[in-house]
Design a protein around this ligand. Structure first.
Ligand code: ATP
Ligand code: MG
Length: 698
């Protein structure tokens, strides 16, 4: 069947309301609906429909909340419309920002080779800018400055509106921070939204070009956009307002990071012709699960009233499982997974990928990881520590960043000390003073004739040697294209700088060093593949058809959180935070840690228990629970513990109020003891099989 025919068939498979949203192409459209009602599906089909209606693929942009969601959407679009999906810009707001800045940032004085700083870089720059050695203080500043930036304020504006003296002094630190970023030709994450906004707002010629280039913009998870993202969207789509936003006010869970539901309220006011489509059928969950979800979200005030029904049947009752402590919780969860997987006679064998364990905070993953390892069940942790946060990967990224952008001082500091090349802190201190005195970047200082007056001749030699090395690498990287050549280049580079030896010297344990070296190899292979243009998932910044030089690949790294973002098809159990589970679904979901203080998260507040602030936070926690429940397709269990760790102490666990709010049928909630028996049987059967296998090998 041709793609046109199969697309038509797919669209015909949507319900009437979904089709209405897909076929409405000439003006602003908002799809407002509860979880699992097919909002994301509307977006993928509408991409196809727009192209079928005559738009060029590169005139359509779809914005997702994570890179992973972008990768998934690209896959779906490809299966709907084939190769032309490659031309569609499918990415996050941040990746879109990179594209805008790379193309037009010059207008703002930003070179196309600008660096994107990660959160650690920002912390250390702020320490320096604010004259503090305390990382915790610097992170508080970071947080406050980020909120200002998300409200669209720069340092001067923040100072003008400051009320308390602390705010004034913070605004001044922000000013020094901004100066440093300009000097380093670097941007932070918030800049990836606020600078493109400034670009489009203040430069009509750039704005008009982008508006002409993009004829329709689609936005998923619209409820979690913040004020600057909304403004950026408005400028991108212009007055004609050709966009499709889909969202659910009940799933807004990023208020703590500046997202605001005002964006939902403002749409109908600012676009009077807005077409609002509501979807009511949930295609994801059984009625039992959906009822629990609706009951939980019930007490929250309604922005837009919604009803949601499912035709998937009543299904298994939602289970509540009480546990002694966190280890016990992990054991019981694993037992449940094994029992569900073994299934009963008439239910088919299930895959590991059908299961997810979701929790409020990253550190809760530990006991589950242990229990799963013990049971030899494969799993992945998503939303946890990122591959790119590992020291060795950061070292290499620093080198690569410095090659791309010589002015990137944070990258310079890291690269010159990994591996250490006989250049100590005193030298770096003198170099820093010299650089700021002459308003040069650290790298530029290396080339200055007068540097010899502040560092001894021998050290000067090592410094200049480092500079030559970076220049030489940069030259070679610029001319390296394609996967094979890139890999060869990377391996040679690592050999040149003696990185493997450096890892073994730095680690006491050979095993740890070897593991770190494996990460380095993984990283190199992954980088090489990307520059070969073989991979679709390029943080959404370029399309698969393009091959890129290594240097171009480097710029997109900062946007990624995990190297395995594309490996969704692995047959493993998912462990994930609730926040990272947004938009996803699994047949079987276990919500862990449903105790007061964890979900809802601890609610102490200087304004007292009944304060407005507390109430709003509780509502956001409730939405988080709603998001968790609605990830489940067929079965859902919530677990809580009687005794939980808090720091070093144990405290009594009280079941989450949300469990009561789910209003489950009392007679059915307790876990069926037969499940445990089934799990035991499955375990015995497995052991017997293993034993038989072992014996047969004798
Ligand atoms: P969330 O609010 O969690 O992001 P959503 O509204 O985006 O959910 P989707 O993920 O698009 O919902 O759809 C949920 C599930 O229902 C998916 O498995 C999807 O394939 C399926 N689905 C959506 N619409 C239909 C339909 N018309 N017919 C059959 N299945 C559908
Ligand atoms: Mg969705």
């Amino acid at each position: 069947m041709s793609f046109a025919a199969s697309l038509a068939q797919s669209i015909a498979g949507l319900n009437v309301a979904q089709q209405e949203a897909v076929n409405y192409m000439h003006g602003p459209c908002l799809v407002l609906a509860g979880a699992g009602s097919g909002k994301t599906r509307v977006i993928t089909h509408k991409i196809g429909r727009l192209i079928q209606a005559g738009m060029q693929p590169d005139q359509v942009a779809a914005i997702t909340f994570t890179n992973k969601a972008a990768a998934e959407m690209r896959e779906r679009a490809k299966s709907l419309i084939g190769k032309s999906a490659k031309g569609v810009l499918i990415c996050t707001f941040h990746a879109l920002g990179v594209r805008l800045l790379r193309q037009d940032g010059r207008v703002l004085g930003l070179k196309p080779q600008f660096s994107i700083l990660d959160s650690d870089d920002v912390t250390s720059i702020l320490k320096d800018a604010g004259g503090s050695t305390d990382a915790a203080t610097a992170r508080q500043w970071q947080w406050a400055i980020s909120l200002w930036k998300n409200q669209g304020l720069n340092a001067a504006q923040a100072e003008a509106q400051a009320r308390a003296p602390e705010e004034v002094s913070l605004a001044r630190i922000m000013a020094r921070y901004e100066e440093r970023l300009t000097a380093y030709q670097s941007v932070d994450f918030d800049d990836l939204i606020s600078l493109p906004l400034k670009l489009l707002r203040d430069h009509p010629e750039v704005r008009e070009r982008w508006q002409a280039a993009l004829r329709h913009v689609l936005v998923d998870e619209y409820q979690d956009t913040n004020a600057t993202q909304y403004e950026l969207l408005k400028l991108l789509v212009g007055e004609r307002g050709r966009f499709t936003a889909v969202g659910d006010d009940d799933q807004s869970i990023y208020g703590w990071r500046g997202a605001t539901l005002d964006n939902l309220k403002r749409l109908p006011e600012e676009y009077p012709t807005l077409k609002v489509v509501k979807l009511e059928q949930n295609y994801r969950s059984t009625s039992a699960i959906l009822r629990a979800a609706n009951n939980v979200i019930g007490p929250n005030p309604k922005l837009y009233p919604k009803t949601l029904f499912s035709e998937l049947g009543e299904g298994e009752p939602v289970r509540v499982i009480d546990c002694d402590n966190e280890e016990h919780e992990a054991e019981r969860t694993v037992a449940r997974i094994q029992s569900l997987r073994a299934g009963s006679g008439d239910t088919p064998h299930r895959e590991w990928r059908d299961f997810a364990v979701l929790y409020r905070a990253n550190h809760l993953a530990k006991p589950f990881e242990k229990a799963l390892r013990k049971a030899q069940i494969p799993y992945k942790v998503s939303g946890g520590q990122s591959f790119f946060d590992r020291a060795e990967v950061k070292d290499l990224c620093a080198w690569l960043r410095l090659m791309v952008n010589n002015n990137d001082d944070p990258a310079f500091m890291r690269a010159i000390t990994s591996p250490k090349r006989g250049i100590g802190h005193t030298t770096l201190g003198s170099l820093g003073t010299f650089a700021s005195q002459y308003k040069l970047s650290l790298f530029e200082s290396l080339l200055s004739h007068s540097l010899g007056s502040v560092v001894p001749a021998k050290t000067l030699g090592s410094l200049q040697e480092f500079g030559r090395c970076v220049n030489d690498l940069e030259y070679r990287a610029r001319h390296t294209v394609g996967a094979e050549a890139s890999l060869a280049f990377l391996l040679e580079w690592l050999k040149d700088i003696g990185y493997e030896q450096h890892l073994y010297d730095a680690e006491d344990s050979e095993q740890v060093a070897a593991a770190r070296w494996t990460n380095v190899m993984d990283f190199c292979e992954w980088m090489a593949q990307r520059s070969g243009g073989q991979i679709d998932d390029t943080a959404g910044v370029t399309t698969a058809a393009e091959t890129k030089t290594l240097l171009e690949v480097v710029q997109t790294i900062a946007l990624l959180s995990t190297i395995s973002e594309r490996q969704q098809d692995q047959n493993v159990i998912t462990l994930s935070t609730l926040h990272a589970a947004k938009g996803l679904e699994w047949p079987h979901v276990m919500l862990a840690g449903c105790v007061e203080g964890m979900l809802p998260f601890k609610m102490d507040d200087e304004h007292g228990a009944g304060s407005e602030n507390m109430l709003l936070r509780l509502q956001e926690e409730r939405r988080l629970m709603y998001v968790g429940i609605t990830r489940a397709q067929r079965t859902l269990a919530v677990t809580w513990v009687r005794r939980r760790k808090k720091g070093r102490d144990y405290i009594a666990g009280v079941p989450s109020r949300f469990i009561t709010e789910m209003a489950l049928d009392k007679t059915t909630v307790k876990e069926d003891p037969r499940e445990k028996l089934k799990a035991l049987r499955a375990e015995f059967a497995k052991r017997a099989a293993d034993q038989a296998l072992a014996n047969s090998g004798d």
